[in-house]
Ligand binder design. Structure first.
Ligand code: MOS
Length: 714
């Protein structure tokens, strides 16, 4: 047996492929006779298409064919489980009717010999509309009360009597926080290459973090058996919530490929990432919070208004952590949904938790300040010993240790609680701020297969994804550790819909779902080999003999892992963290995060190097959300005015502070096998609030509307 690989800070097994440019991304696949598609998109935000004039486009250089509603197939509706109860993604297949719901909606595809020719020809398509004024502001339309988030989480919750408790509270606040529309903006834009290998068989290379779901969607839309559609995606250049749902480009590319009888590739230009691949909805969050003399919370009301498109019902679930992050007897959480003429929103980097915990953690800071209690102390006084919303004990919660260790590492005791009291030598104001981080620890059903080859290497396969976070590496670690062989002898393969079923990559559940499947398959393989050989063979000659005797080239074992329903019923599963930041606000009102300390309890850490990297990325997203990111629709036309990376700002290396990231690293006794919980999104959660709270400490200004740009600080 090798020493355990679990917990080792290994470098990425796919690192070399990436830095040498050998890792192939969706847009890079070449096929013989490949043609390029460009989407035809609406230029108005509300109304109806009256007529499409294709003639100038048809005669443009290189054009092979044009798909519109007139010559498109009738796609079968998306499967109901993907469209009901507030599920994310588009609820209607493309080209259903002539209605226009937002700017950028797809009307067809121009196919040409080159990408540039296709884009040019698409720009020549003339559309005549019957236009109505678009609704793009949260106050424009009548809200509805959505019931559920993705068919699971309830969006309205109430316990106790909030009004009565607020009436007698010694300390209270009543304020509104707001967050803008934000877009995912991975470096790799969405891309699909679709090829009809036979009249009833499709091969698709797509940048997707949901290969099995896409397979199901495409097969269903074209009325094909599922196994006739193969989706391949070996690497993803970031997704952050996009690339996991039904957007219309894949079906349009497939229809266009059939029309021109050639493989067709559609790769989004940057502006299309703002109107064709989801986004985070705008939120307005009304917060009422009350505490008694001793600083114990007595009332919490978190009322969110957010938006969706006219043809979907996805709700950014801002209030869900407010139900249970702190102990409080009187709680009301509600969500109202407004339909706007904007593209359909979807999960983005901790959907709900990121904007919702921004509001919650700022509200805590505001109340702590008005009660003159230290913000960390205030949180500890209101520590939830159990989940008071679900009435369940936590599976394992070491949040107290997170506060304590992070505060010590940061030097929180040196904070001057008086706003505006600390300055750098060159006059910038210094602020210290902190916030709690929390994210649900999910687990899904997943399968894996493990194959022992003649050369004593083991191939392990699962239809999961590599979004850049390290799945290849952690799964190789889990496999090699279970088998007791060096990691070099293991090859982990993913990103092919022919591999065993794995869930969409999201909700921070990849590792906790797929690792048990991988480890299970490896255990089964060991058993099989041991049964054949009377033990796990430790030399290749012996192994070759066994294979020869058994008449096989390889030995294969499969395993399916399921969440343990009993444990899930009994306990409440979350990951936790505490983060502290130092922010400097210069004389021009520009805020910069200089130092960030985070301590996280996420169960057992499988690879602390990758985990640190993941948390660092998450925090940077949080800082980006706090200080920069904002998608701006024009009020009159509904067009996004900053749909490019020059005008839509995200943090870059120059914005990176000094990080100190640490883990409690205690296995969760109620999670399977390793006791690992999800680490994907928690780094984002709390980060915007920590920054806003630090800015208050620096300047005395409480900015409740993100992003906190210089105009709001001067
Ligand atoms: Mo997350 S955007 O729920 O994967």
């Amino acid at each position: 047996m090798s020493a355990t690989l679990i917990g080792q800070p290994l470098t990425r097994v796919d690192g070399k492929l990436k830095v040498t440019g050998k890792a192939t991304y969706a847009a890079e696949f070449q096929r013989p006779k490949l043609a390029y598609g460009a989407l035809i998109q609406t230029t108005i935000g509300n109304g109806r298409v009256v007529k499409i004039d294709l003639s100038p486009a048809k005669s443009a250089p290189g054009v092979i064919g044009i798909l519109t509603r007139g010559n498109a197939p009738q796609f079968k509706a998306y499967p109901e489980d993907l469209t009901k109860n507030g599920a994310p993604g588009e609820s209607r297949v493309p080209l259903q009717d002539d209605n226009v719901y937002w700017v950028g909606q797809h009307l067809g595809v121009v196919v040409a010999e080159t990408f540039e020719q296709a884009m040019h020809a698409a720009s020549l398509v003339r559309v005549q509309y019957e236009a109505k004024p678009p609704l793009v502001s949260l106050t424009d339309a009548n809200p509805v009360q959505p019931e559920k988030f993705i068919g699971r989480e309830r969006l309205q919750a109430k316990r106790g009597d909030v009004n009565a408790a607020l009436a007698t509270a010694a300390h209270k606040i009543d304020v509104v926080y707001s967050t803008p529309i934000e877009n995912h903006n991975p470096i790799e834009t969405t891309s699909t290459t679709v090829e009809w290998e036979a009249p009833d068989r499709l091969l698709i290379h797509e940048s997707t973090r949901g290969i099995k779901q896409l397979q199901k969607i495409v097969a269903n839309a074209f009325g094909l058996p599922r196994e006739n559609v193969r989706i391949i995606c070996k690497f993803i250049g970031g997704a952050f919530g996009s690339k996991g749902f039904q957007w219309s480009h894949t079906l349009l590319a497939a229809a266009a490929a059939r029309l021109v009888q050639r493989p067709v590739k559609i790769t989004f230009a940057r502006p299309q990432m703002f109107d064709s691949a989801g986004q985070r909805a705008r939120t307005e969050q009304h917060f009422s919070l009350g505490a008694d003399q001793t600083g114990k919370l007595v009332a919490l009301r978190h009322a969110t208004t957010t938006h969706c498109s006219p043809v979907s019902e996805y709700t950014e679930p801002c209030g869900n952590m407010s139900r249970m992050l702190y102990s409080c007897p009187n709680v009301e959480v509600s969500h109202r949904l407004v339909r706007l003429n904007l593209t359909t929103p979807c999960p983005m980097r901790a959907p709900g938790e990121a904007p919702g915990v921004f509001a919650l953690e700022c509200a805590l800071d505001e109340l702590a300040h008005s009660a003159d209690i230290d913000p960390v102390d205030f949180r500890v006084r209101n520590y939830a010993e159990s989940n008071e919303y679900e009435n369940k004990p936590w599976s394992n919660k070491k949040l107290r240790q997170c506060y304590q260790r992070a505060a010590e590492k940061f030097g929180w005791s040196k904070r001057n609680k008086k706003p505006g009291a600390m300055r750098t030598v060159d006059g910038a104001q210094i602020g210290f701020g902190m916030a709690t981080a929390i994210y649900p620890a999910g687990q899904r059903t997943a399968g894996a297969t493990a194959i022992l080859n003649k050369d004593k290497t083991v191939t392990v396969r699962s239809a999961t994804h590599e979004t850049g976070t390290g799945s290849y590496t952690t799964m190789s670690q889990c496999a090699a550790d279970t088998l007791g062989i060096p990691i070099e002898k293991v090859r982990f393969e993913l990103g092919d819909s022919e591999f065993p079923e794995a869930p969409n990559n999201g909700g921070s559940w990849l590792t906790s779902s797929v690792a048990p499947a991988v480890m299970g398959a490896c255990r089964e393989l060991k058993k099989k080999v041991a049964d054949l050989a009377g033990g796990w063979p430790n030399d290749s000659a012996h192994l070759a003999n066994i294979l020869a005797r058994s008449g096989q080239d390889q030995i294969q074992a499969d395993f399916n892992s399921e969440p343990n329903r009993e444990e899930r019923e009994k306990f409440s599963f979350f990951s936790y963290g505490a983060l502290f930041v130092e922010v400097h606000v210069d004389l021009l009102g520009q805020a910069r995060v200089k130092r960030a300390v985070g301590v996280y309890d996420m169960g057992r850490m499988i690879n602390p190097r990758l985990a640190r990297s993941q948390i660092m990325g998450g925090m940077l997203f949080g800082f980006s959300m706090a200080l920069m990111e904002e998608t701006i629709p024009d009020e009159k036309t509904g067009r996004i005015v900053n749909s490019n990376l020059a005008d839509y700002h995200v943090v870059v290396h120059a914005d990176t502070p000094t990080f100190d990231i640490d883990f409690i690293n205690e296995p969760d006794p109620h999670m399977p096998d390793l006791g690992a919980r999800g680490i994907g999104e928690i780094g984002i959660v709390g980060a915007p609030a920590a920054v806003a709270n630090a800015i208050f400490n620096a300047t005395g200004k409480r900015v409740r509307d993100l992003p906190i740009t210089p105009d709001k600080l001067t």
